[in-house]
Design a protein around this ligand. Structure first.
Ligand code: ADP
Ligand code: MG
Length: 485
């Protein structure tokens, strides 16, 4: 568990947070039916007899959902249960026509596990309790303009993996960092598309406060946080509100609350129900979920390198800083792009600088993903090669990058030639130019000899200008020093 540092206390209180995250799995069809899971279709066009809960319609387990649960379990070093059980969670709500949600209760498919990440250079570990498979509910659509509500069951039966942590987090910042890391893991291994606006990754934050060393305080659960920004705002508000209540002599009541982004406040939705209220019992329609060890081992052998493992390798193999390695492993695609450029150019540090610098700036302004980069990895590698061998300056390279990006040309060397960007490497030619500069700036020369360093810089500037910026500044410096010595 993360240790408590006094500086983390908020007005003398320790913050305690545990997360429950609903991730929609990337299967084509639903968890217990063949209906499509695609987002955004006309209401009720993607719901089958099972999703409508027609009498006699029976659920059939989707193997792809189980596959993804196994992948997640392996990614977080959890135990994959050989046998897990589906249970009925009974409650009444219009978007749940069966009157119960099929979930897992006592024996979930993924047990334990840990999510690790860095927060301000400090390593954090958040322990997972479990991750279980369940079905999503439908949606109520409130058509205010006709004063009626409708039910859309397209989302009903979408496979979810609910990931539950221990109450290990000790600040709202740590909790958001955990959510970001979890988001990175599930999108990296491809079990969830991570689209928070569409509800593919929804977090419930359980928040309590206590005096250091005291028993855990009573928690309130903020439901359905679907952006990292709202998550931070909601938890910060909740912490302040709870402390205020306690300081005013009130007790915190366990409750489920909603965050209102317009007011920046959380408000109580209902008092929290207990597991007993749901009358859980094993679903007689579904046999126990049995996962053979061979399935787990086959999955393990086929999984790609995880972001944290890859970041560690970047640090060891390429000598990158922890920060750079962390940035480059934000997504699978970014990491793959970087590695392609680094290995083709043999210049890892330059590759890292260009991918995180010029390239990501361009991608950001044009709101493009790295997969859609107009500059290929081979082109960037060639460009970096020309910086490394001294053919062009960094500035000139930026011009070439621009030309590649806009499609003005495809070949790095051809563009360097066409734009006349080659640095002057012929020392003889450079010396002639410098001699001319020295002759034309006699006063500056005198001042340099009198020990004026500004005058020296002025001479460098003049020489660079005379070469139309094509000289290597380091070389100009060196030659000038030699001649003025
Ligand atoms: P329930 O069975 O009511 O859902 P759980 O024990 O499963 O409750 O906990 C649900 C979530 O709440 C977990 O993520 C857990 O870490 C978190 N949690 C439990 N107690 C606290 C607490 N006192 N403060 C903050 N979070 C808590
Ligand atoms: Mg629970």
């Amino acid at each position: 568990m993360s240790k408590t540092t006094p500086s983390l206390l908020v007005q003398g209180y320790e913050v305690v947070i545990g997360f429950e995250t609903h991730t929609q799995l990337t299967t084509q069809s639903k968890i217990f039916s063949r209906a499509s899971t695609a987002f955004g279709a006309e209401p009720n066009t993607q719901a089958s007899a099972v999703d409508f809960a027609l009498p006699g319609a029976l659920p059939v387990m989707n193997k792809g959902a189980v596959q993804r649960a196994i992948e997640f379990g392996l990614a977080v070093n959890a135990h994959i249960a050989e046998t897990s059980i589906f249970a009925r969670k009974n409650y009444f709500y219009p978007d749940l026509p069966k009157g119960y949600q099929i979930s897992q209760f006592e024996i979930p498919v993924v047990q334990g596990g840990v999510v690790e990440f860095f927060l301000d250079g400090e390593k954090k570990s958040v322990r997972l309790v479990r991750a279980h498979l369940e079905e999503d509910a439908g949606k109520s659509l409130h058509e205010d303009f006709i004063g009626m509500s409708g039910i859309d069951l397209n989302r009903a039966g979408t496979p979810l993996l609910e990931i539950v942590t221990e109450p290990d987090m000790r600040s709202t910042l740590e909790a958001v960092a955990y959510a970001r890391e979890l988001h990175k893991i599930v999108t990296w291994i491809g079990i969830c598309d991570g689209n928070m606006q569409e509800g593919s990754f929804r977090c419930d934050a359980n928040v309590s406060v206590r005096k250091p060393g005291a028993e855990l305080g009573t928690r309130r659960e903020i439901k359905n946080l679907n952006s990292f920004k709202f998550m931070q705002q909601a938890m910060d508000y909740e912490v302040r509100w709870q402390i205020e209540q306690i300081e005013d002599g009130h007790e915190i009541q366990q409750a489920t609350v909603l965050f209102d982004p317009d007011t920046g406040e959380t408000r109580s939705m209902r008092s929290k129900e207990d597991a007993a209220d749901y009358r859980y019992f094993p679903d007689p329609d579904l046999p126990p979920l049995v996962i053979g060890r061979d399935w787990v081992e086959k999955t393990r052998s086929e999984m790609s390198e995880l972001p944290r493992v890859m970041a560690a390798r970047f640090i060891a193999d390429y000598g990158l800083s922890e920060y750079d390695a962390g940035q480059l492993t934000q997504s699978n695609a970014t990491a793959a792009y970087f590695e392609a450029v680094a290995s083709a150019s043999g210049q890892a540090k330059l590759a890292s600088n260009w991918v995180m610098g010029e390239l990501s700036r361009r991608l950001n302004t044009e709101e493009k993903s790295i997969e859609a980069s107009a500059v290929s990895t081979a082109q960037l590698a060639a460009l970096i090669g020309r910086i490394a061998d001294g053919t062009i300056s960094n500035n000139a390279a930026r011009q070439v990058f621009d030309a590649l990006w806009t499609g003005e040309g495809q070949d790095v060397d051809a563009l360097i030639d066409a734009k006349g960007l080659k640095q002057m490497s012929d020392t003889g030619e450079l010396e002639t130019i410098i001699d001319g500069v020295l002759a034309a700036n006699a006063r500056n020369v005198e001042e340099v000899r009198a020990g004026n360093s500004k005058a020296f810089n002025a001479l460098v500037g003049q020489a660079m200008k005379a070469t139309k910026g094509k000289a290597n500044p380091a070389q100009v410096n060196e030659l000038l020093k030699k001649k003025l010595a």
